[in-house]
Design a protein around this ligand. Structure first.
Ligand code: CA
Length: 224
């Protein structure tokens, strides 16, 4: 997933970004709402982690603006321990969920998965496609019941394709899902290499090339 963090506390923002990168997400972290607002227009984020107490307009104000503008990304609000009023205001303002500081990485990871499941219309914790099973919680992939070893980026690519199984994603869109701005420029053929590895490790039909457009998840009957 590509995640946008808006948090002005340097220590917390840094720790959150590192923890989420550590479990395979592409993360961009901004310290104020205006920078995050500009970022939202520039990349296909999957979810936002939003602190409420920010310099300038606060998190709630930005959330209201985004919702008024039709931004429908899942938003997880980060609040202080005793901020019940803030939590309620956050949910009323269009947040999908909230987390109370101090934040445990395991908990945030689980909440994000739940949000994305809902956003993707998947009620099941394990995603199945043909003979392929992906468990985003355990971060395991099985092919015909046998475990498949994937790197974090390969898993992120598979997840992006499985999240929207009907959609063709351009190379640029997929690249933006896998790499944050701080990750540096990936090698020009990095995506092709990840696709090649998925096909080799799982099944040649798992990723479909759509000539001149990009890639899509292979049809379920081709992944049996
Ligand atoms: Ca703050």
């Amino acid at each position: 997933m590509r995640l946008l963090i808006v948090e002005d506390d340097v220590q917390l923002g840094d720790a959150l970004a590192a923890a989420l990168r550590g479990i395979g997400h592409a993360v961009d972290w901004f310290r104020d709402g205006a920078a995050a607002d500009a970022a939202l227009a520039g990349a296909p984020f999957d979810a936002v982690l939003l602190d409420l107490g920010l310099p300038g307009a606060d998190g709630l104000e930005w959330l209201r603006r985004w919702r008024a503008r039709g931004v429908d990304l899942p938003v997880l609000v980060l609040t202080a321990r005793d901020g019940t009023d803030h939590r309620i205001a956050g949910l009323d303002g269009g947040a999908d969920d909230y987390l109370v500081k101090p934040i445990a990485t395991d908990e945030i990871a689980a909440r994000l998965r739940a949000l994305l499941r809902r956003a993707g219309g998947r009620a099941q914790p394990v995603w199945t496609h043909g003979a392929l099973d992906y468990d985003p919680s355990a971060r395991t992939v099985r092919w015909r019941g046998a475990p498949v070893e994937l790197t974090a980026r390969e898993m992120a690519l598979l997840e992006a394709l499985m999240l929207q199984p009907q959609r063709v994603l351009s190379k640029a869109q997929l690249q933006e899902k896998l790499y944050g701005w701080g990750d540096g420029e990936p090698e020009s053929n990095a995506l092709e290499v990840h696709v090649h590895h998925l096909r080799r490790k799982i099944h040649p039909g798992v990723v479909r090339t759509v000539r001149g457009v990009g890639y899509a998840l292979g049809a379920a009957e081709d992944v049996e």
